[in-house]
Write a protein that binds this ligand. Structure first.
Ligand code: OOB
Length: 545
């Protein structure tokens, strides 16, 4: 098995420890401390379950012992694909306790994505629920995965487990459990947004990740009195750590799990549990802003709403701020590390018009032109980042590492930003070709690869198009081969590729040919840019008529 590592140069590590960023805390360690200090305080509320810290700790211990009893070993990677249910926490804290490594998949992922995560991480286990809230049967997926990935030894299922290991029955000998992990060790693998091709695996350490949410707690005012509604998928980095459920548990607060971010599900929970903080992607924040003035539910407990994952325009920010009885906080982050927030006491101009400033005084941010030179202050350029919670490399992907990191360890975020005189970042767009569809990142290249597998597709180019509701939607330009494929048929066929539904192109346009220049073929990047420009010109022309 390829070892997991995330290593900062010794000089930087010493500095981060001396500054008090890395304190040697670990996931099993902080949960144990919380459970000992406040055993009866409520930790997790989800469905009909209400677990105290002591109960969460006891369940995590049982699960940890159960994983060992199954034959999983410390160091083993386990893909966790659970939605917003309390068992998500039993699973991940159980794995941490047994020194196993969760690989966080999203509920929307299907066989194509999950088998990629299993192979790339060399996982020995897979944890899922029997069915999702949408009725999707994850046991059928587990069967397909077992057939496709022989190294997958154990599938554990929450609920009706069929032929798999029932999650609820995990138990074993506590004396066999290992001690606490090395705080500098990799605690889990997060999934990248996937700019080129398939998602990459992001190794995060106990020290660096705990720092990111402990510091986020301070910036977002999270304390043991906080009640945090998790409305986005719990496995995503934003609801996990900005400041997220992990921040909230670290502070000793309450985590309330919403099975859906829709106002008719989330609002009654806010009223019932007196929720104080939540986080949303921009389209959902707008939906909440739309629904809030008419709701019969009492939202007055809400103090802070974090919005991020995709660009919140100043007009949208204004609408959210005006409609909801709480402070708006913009957050611009990435699973690879760097997170920026507007601050709770910032003036409106910064809160509405910027995506905030970095968490840490030790975050180093560069804004460079195409040739790698710093841009003049206030101009747009490529954002690069380095710091106490930004990774230095992906797992098992040397090609991506060569592309995404500079020799001196800066991560190339792929984002185009400018910096205000106050040092706040304003996101202008992306350098690469991905679609940020309501916060879900889709690689154009990955979708083109799928489309090219269709017998009637000669060539395909996928671009992002501005969308009023989603922020961006995907449009696939197709040059047909033989019989012209119909758009509906192509979409149905894409669904058959066992990919997350959000990756199915929103729009399909058939074209005779792609442009070439006199010099020959143009680059894919240039082609996508031209196709996008043409589509936008056509659409605005239609509207003008
Ligand atoms: C968050 O994480 P990822 O890894 O799913 O996506 C990161 C990318 C960024 O590089 C940027 O392109 C985009 O998502 N993004 C934003 C944004 N927040 C993220 N673009 C514009 N404005 C924003 N506010 O999406 C994520 C992780 C932690 C906290 C928040 C978001």
């Amino acid at each position: 098995m390829l070892p997991l590592k995330q290593v900062w140069p010794a000089e930087a590590a010493t500095r981060y420890r001396a500054a008090g960023h890395w304190r040697g805390e670990t996931f099993p360690g902080f949960l144990r401390q919380r459970a000992a200090a406040h055993p009866g305080a409520l930790a997790i509320i989800g469905g009909t379950q209400r677990w105290s810290y002591a109960e969460l700790q006891a369940r995590a211990e049982a699960a940890a012992a159960g994983f060992l009893a199954l034959g999983l070993r410390p160091g083993d990677r386990v893909v966790v694909q659970l939605g917003n249910i309390p068992e998500f926490f039993t699973a991940v804290f159980g794995l941490f306790r047994a020194q196993m490594v969760p690989v966080y998949a999203l509920p929307a992922h299907r066989q194509t994505e999950i088998s990629h995560f299993l192979r790339k991480s060399e996982a020995a286990g897979y944890i899922c629920a029997d069915r999702g809230p949408d009725g999707f049967d994850y046991r059928a997926l587990a069967r397909d995965l077992r057939a496709a990935v022989p190294a997958l030894r154990h599938a554990v299922v929450v609920g009706d487990a069929a032929e798999f290991t029932p999650f609820e029955q995990l138990d074993g000998n506590r004396a066999a459990l290992p001690g606490d992990p090395d705080p500098a060790a990799v605690a889990f693998l997060q999934i990248s947004g996937g700019t080129t091709g398939l998602s990459k695996l992001i190794p995060r350490t106990h020290d660096d990740y705990i720092y990111s949410f402990r510091a986020s707690n301070e910036i977002c005012g999270v304390t043991q009195d906080s009640v945090h509604l998790i409305a986005l998928p719990a496995a995503h980095n934003f609801p996990m750590s900005s400041p997220g459920h992990m921040g909230t548990l670290h502070a000793g607060g309450r985590v309330v799990l919403s099975p859906s971010p829709a106002p008719d599900v989330a609002f009654p929970l806010i009223a019932r549990e007196r929720v104080t903080i939540s986080g949303l992607v921009p389209p959902l924040a707008l939906l909440w802003a739309e629904a809030a003035p008419r709701t019969p539910h009492d939202l007055s407990s809400l103090e802070v709403l974090l919005v991020g994952g995709a660009k919140l325009t100043p007009e949208a920010a204004r609408r959210v701020q005006d409609a909801l009885p709480c402070k708006l906080q913009q957050v611009f982050g990435m699973a690879e590390g760097l997170v920026n927030y507007t601050r709770l006491d910032d003036p409106d101009a910064l809160v509405l018009e910027t995506q905030g400033r970095p968490i840490s005084a030790d975050d180093e941010v560069l804004i460079l032109d195409d040739l790698g030179r710093p841009v003049p202050e206030g101009e747009a350029g490529h954002l690069l980042a380095r710091g106490p919670y930004t990774i230095r490399g992906y797992h098992n992907d040397e090609a991506a590492n060569a592309r995404s990191f500079t020799p001196d360890g800066f991560y190339r975020t792929g984002d185009i930003v400018k910096r205000t005189p106050e040092g706040y970042l304003v996101v202008q767009g992306r350098a690469g070709d991905h679609i940020n569809r309501a916060g879900e990142k889709i690689s154009a290249e990955e979708i083109e690869d799928h489309l090219l597998a269709h017998p009637n597709v000669f060539d395909a180019a996928v671009v992002s198009v501005p969308d009023e509701f989603l922020g961006e939607r995907s449009c696939a330009f197709i040059i047909p081969r033989g019989d012209k494929p119909r758009a509906v048929a192509l979409k149905t066929w894409m669904r058959g590729r066992a990919i997350a539904e959000f990756k199915v192109p929103d729009q399909i346009v058939l074209v005779e040919a792609f442009e070439t220049t006199a010099a020959g073929k143009i680059s894919r990047k240039e082609l996508r840019a031209r196709l996008r420009a043409r589509l936008l010109a056509e659409e605005s022309g239609q509207q003008a008529d």
